[in-house]
Ligand binder design. Structure first.
Ligand SMILES: [Zn+2]
Ligand SMILES: [Zn+2]
Length: 362
């Protein structure tokens, strides 16, 4: 099969490699689309950090060149021993993350914090290939959700957005602010709006804010044009929950200006080093600071698929095209590294020879 293989920093090659062999508990998927995100871009430009290229992964045992792709949607072509509830030919979305089911975190239902957590496409071969084997436990059939296969390709990042939204305990009728409207920020915006919140979104990019509006944000603010806190207050938007998605110090500063006394600050974006925050403000205003990591597959992935099916307009404003493997770096990863990506979500179709338009639900 054809696959994108990550050999090390700045080195992804499209190669012909042996087809994967399905193991017990797994499904073999003919990949329909695989999404890429900032994590892949970071591994490419600055890694490997997570991918076990040089050091054996403690859970998966993988070491050496690896196929990335942790946002995988595909058709089942083979079913491993011991798998129930799936049929050959069904299209499934995979959540990516694999948990042990036996540790304290798994017992508590927090499978994303599993002591033996690993991820398809980050700690073992993933979906930037024509075929990919995935544990059945990470998969949901998409047929009951009334969405296209391309739309299902958005379900893993949507699950991240759903999980972040839930971490903030956002309730209907509350106001929320989201700082950063890129991939996860866009999905989080939609999840928060569908939760019944009034949502304000801040970003530097006018185009991203335009999409945020289409996803239901009531207010948007261009970060370079004065205080977001003042602009939102003028429109009576008083966020009980502020989501910092940008991962940048300036985004955190904006989030801390936006947060109301007694509010919840959810740190979604990954920050380098220590946070610059006024501890006095956090204490005296009783601010809760909340982390969020990946998603709880059994809860967040079904909800993500459900949400993808509720939008009345198509998702092609979020992901207008799917790229062939040959354009993974030039058209997908490199623009994300440079911050010049024109699309909110980049999908790869490993069977396509050229750029194709996506077929989105709506
Ligand atoms: Zn991702
Ligand atoms: Zn576990």
């Amino acid at each position: 099969m054809r696959a994108a293989v990550f050999h090390g920093r700045g080195d992804i090659r499209v190669e012909t490699v042996p087809d994967p062999v399905v193991a017990p508990g797994e499904l073999l998927l003919e990949v329909h689309v695989a999404g890429i995100c900032g994590t892949d871009a970071h591994e490419f430009s600055d890694g490997p950090h997570m991918m076990p290229i040089h050091t054996k992964h403690v859970v998966t045992g993988h070491v050496g060149p690896m196929i990335p792709g942790h946002e995988v949607t595909g058709r089942i072509v083979e079913i491993g021993d011991g798998v129930d509830g799936f049929e050959i030919g069904a299209v499934v979305a995979s959540g990516g993350g694999i948990w042990c089911g036996a540790c304290q975190a798994c017992d508590a239902g927090r499978t994303n914090l599993c002591q033996r957590y690993s991820t398809v496409g980050l700690s073992r071969d993933g979906g930037l290939a024509q075929y990919c084997r995935v544990p059945a436990m990470t998969c949901r059939a998409i047929d009951q959700y009334g969405i296209t296969e391309d739309t299902a390709g958005l379900s893993q990042p949507m699950a991240i957005g759903v999980h972040a939204m839930r971490r903030g305990r956002l309730a209907a009728g509350e106001d929320a602010a989201i700082v950063g409207a890129g991939g996860i920020g866009a999905f989080l915006t939609y999840a928060a709006v569908q939760q019944g919140a009034s949502v304000g979104v801040v970003d530097l990019d006018v185009d991203r804010l335009e999409v945020a509006s289409r996803l239901g944000a009531q207010q948007t603010h261009v970060a370079s044009q004065g205080s977001a806190a003042e602009a939102f207050a003028d429109h009576d938007l008083e966020p009980a929950v502020v989501y910092e998605v940008s991962g940048h110090p300036a985004g955190l500063a904006t989030a801390l200006e936006l947060i109301q006394p007694g509010g919840r600050l959810v740190l979604v974006g990954l920050h380098e080093g220590n946070l610059a925050a006024n501890a006095r403000q956090l204490t005296l205003s009783e601010i809760e600071v909340i982390g969020t990591n990946a998603h709880v597959c059994d809860v967040d992935l079904p909800r993500a698929l459900e949400l993808l099916g509720t939008r009345s307009t198509p998702w092609d404003d979020v992901a207008p095209v799917a790229l062939p493997l040959d354009q993974l770096v030039s058209g997908g990863i490199a623009p994300i590294v440079k911050g010049s990506s024109k699309q909110i979500k980049t999908l790869i179709d490993p069977w396509s020879q050229s750029v194709r338009a996506t077929k989105m639900t709506g």
